[in-house]
Write a protein that binds this ligand. Structure first.
Ligand code: NDP
Ligand code: OXD
Length: 315
């Protein structure tokens, strides 16, 4: 960290939203020099980069970076870059207005299955007025994979609504009202009691493909899956097979291995799949920029920023 009072030089590359981010950043940090890739700038002077799906190769043009801020909760788009120096700090957004939205998304999706809206929508197509018993919410077991900033908020809200909730993470958590599991060795047991499985894991080398034919087979017959994390967590062919054989009842998917989901992809018109286009939790510009500015202050004071990624484990 520089000890002079020279203005910070910040580069933004945000997959088409550069100007919006720049205007909010300029309002929040009027003394900084904030540029986008469309502006002329000297790459050698850039101190900090704010990235969302930055172009391949951009990182290696910035030799004096002090840290990269992800403009999202996930950092897979940054840490997967082969040119990322191993010791460069990467900082992510923690909640920043996303937890509330994740809660709303998962309440809707969990109730979709718990209250049989999937069944009634199939019936509507056949003008079928059959009524089914309404299950007790406490008998519906929800398993949340990932108990971080977003997963824990979702788990607590669903538990408060009356669902019977458990959660799985890498390290053991204690959350009131939630049965917790940690580590690979507990995965089968955790999955075995998840009627609705929610995935809110970060994408890392350990979580990629974590839901595959073998792990999906641990879920109870008739279970449903909600994935708003990353498409890479689920083997798509294995998911289709589990739906088509009737092992799984349905899937509510906000993310896919390839985004946008290609027009010819079998997910689009699968009767048991509901698709949303990666909108479960939008990044909130103001909250995010506040968090980034606070982190820049922490860095200036020599403190650890909030949301610092552990580069060894990848999130
Ligand atoms: P966090 O980093 O706060 O939480 C991650 C959780 O996953 C932690 O509980 C962590 O365990 C757990 N975890 C990580 N690796 C493993 C593993 N190998 N085995 C078991 N548990 C593991 O992330 P967030 O809650 O902020 O975000 C989660 C993800 O949601 C993001 O990475 C992003 O991909 C996705 N996302 C999607 C959005 C959308 O609109 N669809 C919007 C925002 C985020 P531990 O607690 O022990 O560290
Ligand atoms: C995120 C996302 O990671 O939007 O923030 O997916």
């Amino acid at each position: 960290m520089s000890t002079t009072n020279a203005p910070l030089n910040i580069l933004i590359s945000a997959a088409g939203d550069d100007e919006k981010w720049k205007s909010v950043m300029v309002d929040r940090l009027p003394d900084a020099n904030i540029v986008t890739e469309d502006n002329s700038y000297d790459p050698e002077t850039i101190d900090y980069a704010l990235f969302w799906k930055q172009p391949q190769g951009l990182i290696k043009t910035l030799p004096n970076l002090k840290a990269i801020f992800s403009l999202g909760a996930g950092v897979d788009h940054v840490v997967s870059s082969p040119s990322l120096p191993t010791d460069l700090p990467v900082i992510r957004l923690e909640d920043a207005g996303m937890a509330d939205q994740m809660v709303q998304y998962h309440l809707y999706a969990a109730l979709h299955f718990m209250r049989d809206f999937d069944v009634y929508s199939a019936q509507q197509a056949k003008a079928d007025w059959t009524q089914h018993d309404v299950a007790r919410i406490s008998q519906c077991r929800v398993g949340v994979m990932g108990l971080g900033a977003l997963g824990s908020a979702v788990a607590v809200s669903l538990s408060n609504l009356g669902f019977s909730v458990s959660g799985w993470s890498r390290s053991m958590k204690a959350i009131e009202g939630i049965a917790t599991y940690a580590g690979k060795e507990t995965l089968a047991e955790f999955l075995g009691q998840s009627d609705i499985l929610i995935c809110l894991l970060p994408r890392t080398s350990e979580t990629e493909n974590v839901l595959n034919s073998s792990t999906l087979s641990f879920l109870p017959k008739g279970a449903a899956i909600i994935n708003a994390a990353r498409g890479a967590m689920i083997n798509e062919a294995d998911l289709l097979r589990a739906l088509d054989t009737g092992h799984l009842r349905g899937a509510f998917l906000d993310v896919a291995a390839t985004e946008p989901l290609p027009e010819s992809h079998p997910f689009w018109d699968h009767a048991k799949i509901r698709i949303t286009p990666h909108i479960a939790a939008a990044t909130r510009f103001e909250e995010s920029v506040d968090q980034i500015a606070e982190n820049l202050d922490r860095l200036a004071r020599g403190e650890t920023p909030r949301g610092l990624v552990n580069r060894e484990i990848g999130y």
